[in-house]
Design a protein around this ligand. Sequence first.
Ligand SMILES: C[S@@+](CC[C@H](N)C(=O)[O-])C[C@H]1O[C@@H](n2cnc3c(N)ncnc32)[C@H](O)[C@@H]1O
Length: 230
Amino acid sequence: MRRSGDGSFTLYSEAYKEHYHSCREGAFSEALIKHIDPAIRYGHLLGRDRVRALDICFGLGYNTLVFIWRLRQLGFTGLIEVISPELDTTLLERLRLLPYPKALSRYLGMIIAVSEGRAYEKEGVRVEVIAGDAAQRVPALTGCFDAIFQDPFSPRKNPELWDAHFFGALHRLLSDRGVLTTYSQAKGVRRTMRETGFVLAEHPFDPAGAFRPGTLGFKTLPEGLACLPD
Ligand SMILES: C[S@@+](CC[C@H](N)C(=O)[O-])C[C@H]1O[C@@H](n2cnc3c(N)ncnc32)[C@H](O)[C@@H]1O
């Protein structure tokens, strides 16, 4: 276990030889700044009655936890549903032993449920972790998602979750006004996203440049964002 830049902890994967989060930026901050805030803003999630998110992959659960915490903090009272594939069931069983930031403590019942292999359902929040290979499970999903957090390990370590087949499935699952967020700004990833139908943008969140911007993907670009040139 390692304390990351903002004080929240992350882990190192021996199997993939990568940390689960950016150690410099911090696990909590990375989730909030690269995924959750852009998804809420550009997916116009606060104006909806219910939001449905696809979190790829669950890992330590930061994206899902911060998503729920932030929506409620911003006064969203509608239903929140999150579906999240995760291959490593041994990791899921360990999650209940890990120290999460105090801000998220209200939602840690969700981590207990996931550790025990159960779906979590409470106070208008439903979270279901699907144990298995996302490359197989995600293309079989139905319905639409307002937000997709594309957060596997790097394309070099997790190529099956960055190819055209997988992005094609994500594009099909994204709702018309939905948003896909990813930390990757790799040229190859952006090319594949474009080839599978995404319109790309960057979230201008950090003029000081402390955080790398990542990439946002849409079916239709929302107002206020410029299309990222090829
Ligand atoms: C960078 S971590 C995700 C961090 C997570 N989003 C969070 O907020 O804590 C990548 C995760 O992808 C999982 N993973 C890797 N390949 C997978 C696959 N083919 N299917 C499902 N999960 C996979 C790993 O086990 C790991 O938990």
